[in-house]
Write a protein that binds this ligand. Structure first.
Ligand code: ADP
Ligand code: MG
Length: 453
C-alpha cells in the first residue's frame, strides 16, 4: 500500500477524532512518506509539530494507521519540507540579526522589552519544553505558524519571560513588536474612549507585526475592552501578523469572557506551562548565579531549589538575597546561615504554597468520579481509576505543591516517571478530548469550594 494513500485515509479518520483547531495546527500540513517493515513515516513541517504529535497523538495515530494497514504498525514523524519546498529560513535568530522577509520601518515603539528576558536566558526542562519550543518556532516565523499563541500557567512560571523573548527575536527580524499587559491595554483603551479616540487607538496597532499581550485574565468582566481586543485580533489574523497572549488560566476558565474572543484564542495554539521541577530549578539557579557572578555550594543550591518551588520569581529573589549577603560580607554563607538569612522568605513562600493539600485533591477527584478516595492510590488499574489518578497527578503538578517523587509517594509509592507519564497523558488529551477538559474545569470549581491548606 502506498504511504500517501494510507496517510490520506488516516487523516480522514483523524479529522473526525480531533478538534478542527488541533487538526489545522498539527495535522493539516503532514504527508505520508514511507511505509515499510511495519513502520510508517509521516513527514511534518517542523520539529515542534513532530514532538507534539509524538507525545500527544502517537497512540491514536498508531491505532488508526494499524487499522488501515491491517497490521501492527509503529509511526514515526520526520521533519521534512511537506510540499517539496525547504522549511522556512530562521533568519531572525541568527547572531548577526539575519535578513528580514518582512523588513519594514518599526511602526510603534518596540520598547517595553526587558533585556534579560531572552531565549538564551531561559532554562528549559520537562515543565516548559512545549511552550519553549513553540515560542522559538513562532519567533522564527512570526505570523506563519501558530497564531494566536496562547500560553497559560501559574505565577512565576516564565510566561512574561517567553513573551519578551519572542519580542526580542522578532526585533532581530526587523519586525515591529509591541508588548503590553492587559491592564495597560485596558487603561489606554478607557482613556481613548473618554477622549473619543477609540478608533485611533485601534488603528495604532496596524503597524505592529507582533503583539504580545500579557495576563489577559485581567480582562475578565471588561466587556468593552474584550470587544476591542477581539477586533484587533481579527485584524492581526487577517494579515498573518502574530499575536501572543499569556494568562494564568486557559481561555475556557476566564470568567465573564467574550465567547467569540474565547473561540478565536482556542483556534490557535494553546499551551500550558508547569512550574519548574527540581532539576530545572537547579539549572535556573546555576544560570542566574552566573549572571550574578556568584556561586554557592551544591547543598545551598539544593536547599534553595527545595524550599522555593512555587515560582521562579521567589527562587530568584532568594538567590539575589544570598548573593547580596555574600558580597557585603565578603564570604559565602554556610547552610545554617542560609536558613537564617532566608527565614522570612521561606515562610512567605510556604504560605503562598498553601494551595490544596494532596489529600484534598484526592478527595475531590474521587468524589467527582464517584469512587472511594482509597482507590486513587491503590493498585487498581481499570480505566476509570487510572484516569482519576492521572487527573490527581496533573492537578498536583500544576499547583506545584510537591515534587514529582512526592506526588508518586502520595499516590501509593509510584515513581517519578509514572507521574510524568500520567501528567503528560492528561496534558495531551485535554486538547483533544473536550469531555476531559470539562471534567478538569469542574474539578477546579469543586476545589475552590474547599478551604485551601
Ligand atoms: P510569569 O509571567 O509566569 O508570572 P515571569 O516570566 O515573570 O513569570 O518569571 C518570573 C521570573 O522568573 C523572571 O525573572 C524570569 O526571568 C524567571 N524565570 C521564569 N522561568 C524561567 C526559566 N525557565 N528560566 C530562566 N528564568 C526563568
Ligand atoms: Mg507575567
Amino acid at each position: 500500500m502506498q504511504a500517501d494513500k494510507i496517510w490520506q485515509a488516516a487523516l480522514g479518520e483523524l479529522q473526525l477524532q480531533v478538534s478542527k483547531a488541533n487538526y489545522n495546527t498539527w495535522l493539516k500540513d503532514t504527508r505520508g512518506l514511507d511505509y515499510s517493515n511495519g513502520e510508517f513515516t509521516v513527514a511534518v513541517p517542523s520539529t515542534f509539530i513532530a514532538e507534539w504529535l509524538k507525545s500527544r497523538l502517537n497512540s491514536l495515530v498508531c491505532r488508526i494507521v494499524s487499522g488501515i494497514t491491517g497490521q501492527n504498525t509503529s509511526v514515526c514523524f520526520q521533519v521534512q519540507a511537506v510540499n517539496g519546498t525547504p522549511p522556512p529560513v530562521k533568519a531572525g535568530l541568527m547572531p548577526d540579526g539575519g535578513v528580514s522577509l518582512k523588513a519594514r520601518e518599526p511602526g510603534l515603539k518596540s520598547a517595553f522589552l526587558n533585556p534579560r528576558y531572552t531565549f538564551a536566558n531561559f532554562v528549559s526542562g520537562d515543565c516548559n519544553r512545549f511552550p519553549y519550543t513553540a515560542a522559538i518556532e513562532i519567533a522564527s516565523n512570526p505570523g506563519e505558524v501558530f497564531n494566536p499563541f496562547f500560553i497559560y500557567g501559574g505565577t512565576g512560571t516564565g510566561k512574561t519571560h517567553l513573551l519578551h523573548a519572542i519580542g526580542h527575536a522578532a526585533k532581530l527580524l526587523h519586525m515591529s513588536t509591541y508588548y503590553m499587559s492587559a491592564e495597560q491595554f485596558t487603561n489606554e483603551f478607557v482613556t481613548a474612549i473618554r477622549s473619543r479616540k477609540a478608533e485611533e487607538f485601534r488603528v495604532k496597532f496596524s503597524n505592529v507585526d507582533v503583539l504580545l499581550l500579557d495576563d489577559i485574565q485581567f480582562l475578565s468582566g471588561k466587556t468593552g475592552t474584550q470587544e476591542c481586543i477581539f477586533h484587533i485580533l481579527n485584524d492581526f489574523l487577517a494579515d498573518n501578523r502574530q499575536v501572543v497572549i499569556s494568562s494564568d488560566r486557559p481561555p475556557k476558565e476566564i470568567e465573564c469572557f467574550n465567547l467569540r474572543l474565547r473561540s478565536r484564542l482556542e483556534g490557535g495554539l494553546v499551551v500550558d506551562i508547569f512550574p519548574p521541577d527540581h532539576k530545572t530549578r537547579l539549572a535556573i539557579l546555576e544560570s542566574k548565579a552566573k549572571v550574578l557572578k556568584s556561586s554557592f555550594d551544591a547543598s545551598i543550591m539544593d536547599f534553595l531549589a527545595t524550599h522555593f518551588h512555587h515560582s521562579v520569581r521567589e527562587l530568584e529573589g532568594a538567590l539575589i538575597r544570598l548573593a547580596t549577603y555574600a558580597r557585603l560580607n565578603n564570604s559565602d554563607p554556610d547552610l545554617d546561615s542560609v536558613k537564617y538569612i532566608l527565614n522570612d522568605l521561606i515562610s512567605i513562600s510556604e504560605q503562598n504554597n498553601g494551595r490544596y493539600q494532596p489529600s484534598t485533591i484526592i478527595e475531590v477527584v474521587a468524589d467527582y468520579y464517584a469512587m472511594a478516595p482509597e482507590d486513587i492510590p491503590s493498585k487498581k488499574r481499570d480505566l476509570k481509576t487510572s484516569r482519576a489518578r492521572h487527573v490527581v497527578m496533573y492537578l498536583l503538578r500544576q499547583q506545584n505543591y510537591c515534587n514529582l517523587s512526592d506526588i508518586g509517594r502520595v499516590l501509593g509509592g509510584r515513581d517519578h516517571s509514572t507521574v510524568i507519564h500520567g501528567c503528560e497523558k492528561i496534558s495531551s488529551q485535554i486538547s483533544v478530548d473536550s469531555q476531559l477538559s470539562k471534567s478538569i474545569e469542574d474539578i477546579r470549581i469543586l476545589l475552590k469550594s474547599y478551604k485551601t491548606s
